[in-house]
Design a protein around this ligand. Structure first.
Ligand SMILES: Nc1ncnc2c1ncn2[C@@H]1O[C@H](COP(=O)(O)OP(=O)(O)OP(=O)(O)O)[C@@H](O)[C@H]1O
Length: 260
């Protein structure tokens, strides 16, 4: 199990403050959606948690400062699915998923039977076993997304940060991925997903963190956070939020005049 705590975290890229003054704690056994408009700073916030961008303030992973943690230690604790990754090498799916085991390997050592078992589990869970011998660069966008998801699962880390894991996926595979993320959290994992689909976020996540202009502007249970007023302020949309069912559903009605 792992806990991530952010203390006054800020990130500047170029001259722009992209993440500002973020305080937040993420506990084991929770699935948090980070949502917000394009350019709000969601991916940058995720990257700051992984010490992949220079940040002010402190990110603590189980109390230790992420900035000074050896990279393999951090990579074993938090698996990361980056947004929109481009594949350059014509590796088979099985080998690509196997790269998820790198944080566990000593330099120049080979995969063990335990690594091979973890790779099989990950391919199974991301439903890519049938693609195992295919060349990853020759896959469709959705197939590739599932393979990259499998690579992140192969780490078998106690925490997972997934940046837009539903991008390119058809509705069935979107449900599969969200069910899997929910399952990881229910099994004690700390799971954070950057999402754009508010209804999917509300359906599966315990917590919705809304980021706008680099700040957290709302944070709580989906039913508390998702209000037409907030959606208007943050996204510039008119939306209907229905909360009579098992989870809140959001229907976008239109653009608020004057928003971009
Ligand atoms: N290397 C960079 N240099 C300067 N600005 C950058 C850099 N990378 C990102 N930005 C800017 O930082 C802001 C936040 O980007 P980020 O990718 O975190 O947003 P996001 O909320 O994940 O957006 P999206 O929903 O579009 O993926 C954007 O305005 C982006 O243009």
């Amino acid at each position: 199990m792992v806990t991530i705590a952010l203390e006054r975290v800020g990130v500047a890229l170029g001259r722009r403050a992209v993440v500002r003054d973020v305080d937040a704690t993420f506990a084991p056994g929770t699935l948090t959606a980070i949502v917000g408009p394009n350019g709000a700073g969601k991916s940058t916030l995720a990257r700051a948690m992984l010490a992949l961008v220079p940040a002010t303030g402190t990110v603590r992973i189980d109390g230790a400062d992420a900035a000074t943690m050896p990279r393999p230690d951090l990579a074993r604790r938090i698996a990361y699915l980056p947004q929109g990754q481009v594949l350059h090498w014509p590796l088979t799916v099985e080998r690509l998923v196997g790269l998820g085991r790198l944080p566990h390997l000593a330099p120049m050592s080979r995969l063990t039977d335990a690594d091979a078992a973890a790779i099989e589990r990950a391919m199974d869970r991301a439903a890519v076993r049938t693609l195992r011998d295919r060349i990853a660069t020759e896959l469709s966008g959705g197939e590739r997304a599932r393979v990259l998801f499998a690579r992140a699962l192969a780490v078998e880390a106690p925490a997972l940060i997934a940046d837009e894991p539903l991008a390119s996926l058809d509705p069935g595979h979107q449900i599969d991925v969200m069910t899997l993320l929910r399952g990881e959290a229910d099994a004690g994992g700390l799971v954070i997903a950057v999402l754009h689909d508010l209804t999917m976020a509300a359906r599966y996540c315990d917590r919705l963190m809304i980021v706008d202009g680099g700040r957290i502007v709302a944070d709580g249970r989906p039913g508390e956070v998702l209000t037409p007023g907030l959606l208007r302020a943050v996204y510039g949309i008119d939306a209907r939020v229905e909360s009579g069912g098992d989870w809140p559903t959001v229907t976008t009605l239109g653009r608020v005049r004057g928003s971009d």
